[in-house]
Design a protein around this ligand. Structure first.
Ligand SMILES: [Zn+2]
Length: 88
């Protein structure tokens, strides 16, 4: 005979973060045309939609190798808005 012990029900904090309305994941843009704020060259950069609908990271210019801070947002249609800021 052992006493009832319900303390083993730990770690069951259910994460009900289900996005049933998100059916547009496949439609997110994976490339963007940008203009380097340092050298003015226009080029296409590859995006990672898996990183979230709003991202910010640093990437080097493919032409002059100077760094940019990339800010991007996906809108509801999957189109992307990219802004480059020079990093000194
Ligand atoms: Zn450049």
């Amino acid at each position: 005979m052992h006493p009832p012990d319900d303390d083993h029900r730990l770690g069951h904090e259910a994460d009900f973060f289900e996005d049933h309305g998100q059916t547009d994941a496949a439609a997110l843009e994976t490339e963007a045309d940008v203009t380097c704020p340092h050298c003015g060259e226009t080029m296409t950069i590859t995006l990672d939609p898996g990183g979230g609908r709003a991202q910010e990271y640093v990437e080097d210019c493919q032409v002059c190798c100077r760094p940019w801070r990339v800010r991007l947002w996906y809108d509801a249609t999957g189109a992307v808005d990219v802004q480059l800021l020079p990093v000194e």
